[in-house]
Design a protein around this ligand. Structure first.
Ligand code: 5GP
Ligand code: MN
Length: 337
């Protein structure tokens, strides 16, 4: 992969640009995609942004969501944009398979592909890009990309709101160790431009439905298991649990973090039964590497302290398998405390 600066000449004249991100997009995925979208449109390009699937409700306020295509809802229009574009940007993922149904179409596309991402181990399929796991978020990297292009003056309030959202969500509201001085400098710059950060916190964190709040109560009372011996917590949610509270897309966001708020719990797991597969989310505090854990046991990956994966086992078997692994890795967990 060549450095992203080598792609700058391609952006000197107006181009048709296709941007996409990972399936089940989060704040950083949609923030980086839309932040880049607003910037490239301002530069004079014709841009199409495509999410591989539906967005969670808590991101539906974001400037530009009405311009987004959802591949699952409008595959034809999305594919047409992919076929006709001159250039492809991929943000917040580094392996085609993370885009689910778009995977084979991206693999078949012959246009130059540019990666902006902060996950470990990028697949060797991009022509140009930035892949920096030490970065807090892809939104921070889009900000860096705009500055590298000497276009800081093109960051308007829409771009700022999108980029802020991804940095805020990926850093746990600026508390994870990855929140560097540069992150705060970026936010200071966005504030100088007039960013209203309080509104964004309210949109993302204080816009719950009543049933989502009651669901959280149910999950913490009935569905959270704590294993003090292993310094670990587990929340496992079946389809039936989610039906009880009419759980919507995005309503399970953040649940995995709750066990980590308990003293001495260093490793938290959320198991959710979804369609025909089981989705796993892992979070840790400190030195336990959940990215390796997800790769080793659950066909996944991600970051050191936040990762995900999946299994094709049944819901019940997944829980049993997870508990067995937990006892097997116990010494490794203990060593990290
Ligand atoms: P989440 O638990 O929020 O779904 O994901 C946490 C982190 O792990 C995110 O950075 C996400 O991109 C990554 N991740 C989640 N699922 C997978 C997966 O199946 N494979 C890989 N490689 N990364 C994943
Ligand atoms: Mn991210």
């Amino acid at each position: 992969m060549r450095p992203i600066q080598d792609a700058f000449p391609l952006l000197q004249t107006p181009k048709k640009i296709f941007i996409t991100t990972h399936h089940k997009p989060d704040g950083d995925a949609i923030g980086s995609m839309l932040g880049l979208y607003h910037y490239l449109v301002k530069k004079g390009h014709l841009v199409t942004a495509v999410s591989p699937g539906e967005l969670p409700d808590f991101l539906m306020w974001m400037p530009g969501v009405d311009m987004l295509y959802n591949y699952e809802a409008e595959p034809k229009a999305a594919l047409e944009a992919l076929t006709q574009c001159d250039l492809i940007f991929c943000v917040d993922f580094n392996d085609y398979s993370r885009t689910k149904h778009l995977t084979q179409h991206l693999a078949a596309a012959t246009q130059p592909k540019i990666l902006i991402d902060h996950h470990l181990f990028p697949a060797p399929v991009w022509d140009y890009g930035m892949s920096i796991p030490e970065k807090s978020s892809t939104c921070e990297m889009v900000y860096d990309f705009i500055n590298l292009s000497c276009d800081n003056a093109l960051i308007d309030l829409d771009t700022a709101a999108c980029l802020y959202t991804g940095v805020m969500t990926d850093t746990g509201s600026f508390r994870f160790p990855i929140t560097t001085a540069s992150v705060h400098e970026m936010i200071a710059d966005l504030k100088h431009k007039g960013l209203d950060h309080t509104r964004i916190h309210e949109e993302v964190y204080d816009s719950w439905s009543t049933s989502r709040m009651r669901f959280l109560g149910y999950v913490l009372m009935e569905k959270m298991e704590i294993f003090p011996k292993y310094n670990a917590g587990l929340i496992a949610l079946s389809k039936k649990d989610m039906k009880l509270f009419d759980v919507r897309n995005g309503d399970t966001e953040g649940l995995v973090n709750y066990p980590l708020s308990i003293a001495n719990i260093r490793f938290a797991t959320l198991i959710t039964e979804r369609g025909d597969e089981i989705k796993m989310s892992f979070r840790s505090k400190g030195d336990f590497d959940v990215s390796s854990f997800a790769r080793e046991y659950f066909n996944g990956g991600g970051h050191f302290n936040a990762s995900g994966g999946r299994t094709n086992l049944s819901f019940i078997d997944t829980i049993a398998y997870f508990k067995k692994i937990l006892s097997d890795i116990h010494p490794r967990l203990i060593n990290t405390i």
